[in-house]
Design a protein around this ligand. Structure first.
Ligand SMILES: NC(=O)c1ccc[n+]([C@@H]2O[C@H](COP(=O)([O-])OP(=O)(O)OC[C@H]3O[C@@H](n4cnc5c(N)ncnc54)[C@H](O)[C@@H]3O)[C@@H](O)[C@H]2O)c1
Length: 327
């Protein structure tokens, strides 16, 4: 289970054995003082910084990290530490997975999305040939160290995008966590509890289904339509924002009545401007489609879920009904 502790980044040697070579990998958007905190605990510390952004989650960046590991003489007993969001974690983790057939990897996630989601589960990888996350490996981090104080410097839109992922997990799997997120008052003091609650859900799901054969699909709540909204939006909406809008299509009226005000409160979208056929066009191309059907996650009561195998006509109906109800 990851460590969730305010100030953890300044005590990193508690969780990462640093009496060896350590390559700290980060990107240009991560405040450098977080990297310096980690490096100051590493007598043999090295640092690799790449340009921020999803467009740099590539094999070229992995090649750059590998070249640095090689020229600094890293061996099988040395380690890579990611300090940054999901882009850094996925890229650095993949480099660690293939250098000398795999060296120790540690993740210090600094965005809410990476703290509640991408830092655990062992999925690493990069985008290739225009397809997201198509080249990668499962490589479990030796430890994940989460310092919620790092979120103070995060852009609010990114903070709320990460919160959408926590809301998604709570909606399917933990009614108490959902209530905690719903509480009145500032979000900041509740972040530790929200992060721990979301991690407990993701951890349990990953333990039960490490290679995504079944239960792990529960994490796809909101994705069936959300992916289509994201693709139709062509970059105007973040992934978590698209998932937020997508969840509202796949739940009961009672769930929607709680979900919608919560999403609004954190400036997350509760509708999308795309017509049914536009969305259907993208769902038809979705890589998660099996034949003419998709398995959607449906939430009837907060804290529970069901898998619904739906054919294209049922999906079309579902989109149409939701859009009609909003007119
Ligand atoms: N491996 C998995 O299981 C998994 C799961 C979900 C998402 N992902 C991946 O995660 C990536 C998205 O991650 P993300 O949302 O963290 O985006 P990101 O890594 O691009 O980070 C967003 C921006 O925030 C900056 N940043 C990071 N920490 C900061 C901080 N504390 N203060 C200020 N700025 C900071 C970064 O430099 C970047 O510009 C995608 O590539 C996605 O595919 C992976």
């Amino acid at each position: 289970m990851p460590v969730v502790q305010r100030g953890a980044i300044s005590q990193i040697a508690k969780w990462i054995p640093t009496d060896r070579k350590i390559m700290v990998v980060t990107d240009s958007g991560v405040p450098f003082n977080y990297v310096q905190e980690v490096l100051s605990a590493c007598p043999q510390g090295y640092c690799y910084v790449f340009e921020q952004g999803e467009k740099n989650k590539t094999l070229d960046t992995v090649r750059g990290i590998l070249a640095e590991l090689l020229s600094a003489g890293f061996t099988r007993t040395d380690a890579v530490v990611a300090v940054g969001g999901g882009v850094v974690g996925d890229t650095a983790g993949f480099a660690a997975s293939c250098y000398m057939r795999g060296i120790d990897f540690y993740n210090v996630p600094t965005t809410l999305l990476s703290q509640v989601d991408s830092s655990i589960g062992g999925k690493t990888g990069v985008d290739f040939g225009g397809v997201k996350n198509i080249v990668g490996a499962f490589h479990m981090p030796k430890a994940v160290v989460i310092d919620p104080d790092c979120l103070r410097t995060l852009d609010p839109r990114l903070l709320h995008e990460g919160l959408a992922e926590a809301i998604k997990m709570a909606a399917t799997s933990d009614a108490d966590l959902f209530s905690l997120i719903e509480e009145d008052g500032p979000l900041e003091p509740r972040l530790d509890g929200i992060i721990s609650g979301a991690l407990a859900i993701k951890g349990a799901v990953v333990d039960a289904d490490p290679t995504e054969k079944g239960l792990r699909k529960v994490l796809n709540f909101g994705h069936t339509i959300g992916h289509a909204i994201e693709a139709a939006g062509a970059g105007s909406l973040f992934h978590g924002e698209s998932v937020a809008a997508g969840m509202l299509y796949m739940c009961s009226d009672a769930v929607r009545a709680r979900l919608e005000p919560l999403l609004r409160r954190y400036a997350l979208p509760v509708s999308d401007p795309f017509d049914t056929e536009t969305l259907m066009g993208y769902i038809g191309h979705d890589k998660k489609k099996q034949g003419d059907a998709v398995t959607a996650v449906y939430v009837d009561t907060i804290g529970s879920f069901e898998f619904r195998k739906m054919d294209m006509e049922q999906i079309r109906q579902c989109i149409q009904n939701h859009k009609n109800a909003r007119i």
